[in-house]
Ligand binder design. Structure first.
Ligand code: SF4
Ligand code: FES
Length: 235
């Protein structure tokens, strides 16, 4: 195609097309860039910074930065791997993530990313914030302890479901995901077939009555590290 262009990621020439982000072009070329708030089919949020790369020597979010001709992108360098580890470690200490008791364990993108990045335990002190569980909905619950504020549920509900059930409330370290009903999740229009119910990368939004249907040890990331399904070249 005449409107395609070439640029490099870690010295490897890849092809981009107009409208693609760096993350999308990398993925099309079989190069995995770690991500948490990005999900195919949703508008990029640029919230988590796990996808940070260097473009022409400057840090950028690969999920939001447009690919372009001649760009020089660094992805899998020691400096960037270290930065991503720090981001993921901060996410762990900012919430209450007890993987051994969590229904999402083995399917959790945060947990899988920590394994893939070689994180044994966070270097920062745990904050143990006080967070709420909202189980007022008959079919779905939201556990604020596990929320990493990626915003996927907000974008899915707003842009895919056309409802706007979820939204950020409060500020700074008190920021949390709220719902559009004073009575909690049970008072919203959320239904089980909403896209927002299935986009959470961690165990913060889960369906009721299906917990542990797939045993620990037989889950997605129990079989293969996160990202390996997207890799055809080393990342
Ligand atoms: S509830 Fe899940 S999808 Fe929503 S912001 Fe928190 S971690 Fe992201
Ligand atoms: S995946 Fe790009 S900022 Fe979160």
């Amino acid at each position: 195609m005449s409107d395609t262009f070439r640029f490099t990621i870690d010295g490897v020439e890849v092809t981009g097309t107009p409208g693609q982000t760096i993350l999308q072009a990398a993925e099309a070329a079989g190069i995995w860039i770690p991500r948490l708030c990005y999900l195919e089919g949703l508008v990029p949020g640029g919230a988590c910074r796990v996808c940070t790369v260097k473009v022409q020597g400057r840090f950028q979010a690969a999920c939001a930065f447009p690919a372009g001709p001649g760009l020089v992108v660094e992805n899998d360098t020691e400096e960037i791997r270290e930065l991503r580890k720090q981001v993921v470690e901060m996410l762990f200490v900012e919430g209450n993530h007890f993987c051994m008791f969590c229904e999402k364990s083995g399917n959790c993108e945060l947990q899988a990313l920590a394994y893939r990045l070689g994180i044994a335990s966070p270097r920062y002190p745990y904050l143990f914030p006080v967070r709420q569980v909202d189980a007022s909905h008959p079919d779905v619950f939201i556990d604020g302890n596990r929320c990493i504020q990626c915003g996927r549920c907000i974008r899915a509900s707003r842009d895919v479901d056309g409802k706007g059930v979820f939204g950020f409330v409060e500020r700074s370290r008190d920021t949390r995901v709220g719902v559009d009903a004073r009575t909690g999740l049970g008072g919203t229009s959320l239904t089980l077939d909403d896209r927002a119910v299935t986009v959470c990368p961690v165990g913060a939004i889960l369906k009721k009555r299906v917990g542990f249907a797939v045993p620990i040890g037989e889950r997605l990331y129990d079989h293969r590290p996160i990202g390996t399904d997207l890799e055809r070249r080393g990342a």
